[in-house]
Write a new protein. Structure first.
Length: 430
């Protein structure tokens, strides 16, 4: 079987017919039996839904007709399980869900209850049946889908992986945190509720400072872990898909990082990717940080920690709710979106739309036998940062050697060797 995939598609307007990059990208994408993208926007018409109080960043919304343009590339699988699903509240979520269903794209990771959101969805191809399971570690708490009971309907939302965190400190530092907490009385309300029996007692090797949790450890470090119930739910989906499909693909949207660089996937993301493959998944397709991250081949299965952006149109929103304006000290009735985005980006000098890394990506084409990777080729892609407004943020094939060099350096620790060929495509060895 063959597969292609791209990362984040932040699309805010129709793609005009015959744009320059299409003729080279579409044939390459169509080489895959399964062809995936992450839809990072909501789909609804102007005035159809209200906005949420909070968003995943920019309030993202466009008309459902953009799916026709994306299907034109050849894509047949998607997910909109990401941090923007509730930008236009639950009505906007339902509009997006309806539009994706009507489009015919196989999708997973979002539904009218948790059972629907977490279920594998299947693509039928001439070379085999592909299961798609989609998860996210980056989302607001209200976006998590809810279980349905006999008397209470489930809550619409996504199949989330909740990430908990605490800080490990040596004894001296832990005692100091306790001392400062006592002096400031920051935990008084929590302690009152704890005495009423609603919170568990803290052990001697634990401490709190407001919402922050601390535990005794050998060194100072932040520990992040994925909720065990959420992992068990994914394990169950993989187990089900092993009976129903020939190949299992996991889509994961995650902003989490390690160290001080966005290119570094978090430790919990690496552990989760390995765990899914151990359980029977065949590929992990990551997206979320809007730039490239390493590629790893684990047990002959590819892990793309982030494929970067495929479409990036953050400056193309036509309107925004008052909450977005107010966040930046403006008012929707007296200010324009131009003013809003200009102020937010400090006169268009900072943000994703000014960082060249966010405009570079790759499209992997991987081939398999018996669910195991046999060949992996990458097409480098760059999105236009300038030019006319219709073209900005749209992808084109790139022969820029800097993309291969950039990716090769970050892949070295993962044992993946990257080499650019004369035709501009990239080969991978592991």
């Amino acid at each position: 079987m063959k597969f292609t995939a791209v990362g984040d598609i932040i699309i805010q307007k129709r793609i005009f017919e015959g744009y320059e990059g299409f003729s080279e990208l579409a044939p390459f994408i169509r080489e895959g039996d399964a062809r995936f993208f992450n839809l990072e926007t909501t789909l609804n018409h102007e005035g159809e839904t209200c906005a949420s109080q909070f968003s995943g960043g920019t309030y993202l919304r466009t008309n459902p007709e953009v799916l026709d343009d994306l299907r034109g590339f050849g894509f047949n699988m998607t997910s909109f399980n990401n941090n923007h699903v509730l930008d236009f509240w639950y009505d906007g979520f339902k509009c997006t869900l309806d539009a994706v269903k009507k489009s015919g794209l196989v999708h997973s990771g979002a539904g009218m209850n948790l059972a629907e959101a977490s279920a594998p969805k299947y693509l039928e191809t001439k070379n085999g049946r592909v299961a798609l399971i989609s998860v996210s570690t980056s989302f607001g708490a209200s976006a998590m889908a809810g279980e349905q009971t006999a008397r209470v309907p489930g809550r619409p939302g996504i199949n989330g992986l909740r990430v908990g965190s605490y800080v490990e400190l040596p004894r001296e530092d832990l005692d100091y945190i306790k001392k400062i907490a006592d002096k400031t009385k920051i935990n008084v309300e929590t302690e009152i509720i704890r005495k009423e029996g609603y919170y568990a007692e803290l052990a001697d090797d634990e401490a709190e400072f407001g919402s922050m949790k601390f535990k005794l450890g050998d060194t100072a470090r932040v520990v992040k872990t994925i909720n065990k119930e959420d992992i068990a739910r994914v394990d169950k989906a993989i187990y089900e898909a092993k009976l129903q499909a020939d190949y299992i693909m996991i889509s994961i949207h995650s902003h989490g990082l390690a160290g001080d660089a966005k290119e570094n996937p978090s430790e919990y993301l690496i552990d989760f990717a390995h765990h899914c493959i151990d359980e029977g998944a065949n590929a992990i397709v990551g997206h979320g940080p809007h730039l490239l991250r390493p590629i790893e081949v684990y047990k002959d299965c590819p892990i793309f920690y982030s494929l970067g952006d495929f479409v990036l149109q953050l400056y193309d929103i036509e309107f925004a709710p008052e909450d977005f304006f107010a966040k930046h000290g403006l008012h929707a009735h007296s200010s324009t979106v131009h003013e809003l985005l200009k102020k937010r980006s400090k006169d268009f000098t900072v943000g994703l739309m000014t960082d060249p890394r966010m405009f570079r990506a790759v499209i992997p084409l991987w081939e398999t036998e018996g669910g195991k990777l046999t060949k992996l080729t990458l097409m480098p892609v760059e999105m236009s940062m300038d030019g006319n407004r219709s073209e900005q943020g749209l992808p084109r094939r790139s022969k820029n050697p800097e993309i291969a060099e950039y990716l090769a350096k970050m892949c070295e620790p993962f044992g993946t060797k990257i080499k650019m060929k004369k035709d501009g495509l990239i080969t991978c060895e592991w």
